[in-house]
Design a protein around this ligand. Structure first.
Ligand SMILES: [Zn+2]
Ligand SMILES: [Zn+2]
Length: 62
């Protein structure tokens, strides 16, 4: 099982765009793109939340 890049617990299943995984307990501290399912840092406006609820990569498709 993957380790959470935020707290180190095993069982992390949310993929962070920059590599690694985030666990259920920590995913709330991240922005999750409902399209690709990846998580981004909350303050990462370059790759993460493009303003319409999707990441920068998926935003043009919505
Ligand atoms: Zn965690
Ligand atoms: Zn996305």
């Amino acid at each position: 099982m993957a380790r959470c890049i935020n707290c180190g617990n095993t069982g992390a299943e949310y993929q962070h765009y920059d590599g690694g995984y985030v666990c259920e307990g920590c995913v709330g501290s991240y922005f999750t793109c409902p399209d690709c399912g990846r998580v981004f840092d909350q303050d990462d406006y370059e790759n993460g939340d493009a303003g319409n609820g999707f990441c920068a990569k998926c935003a043009p498709n919505h």
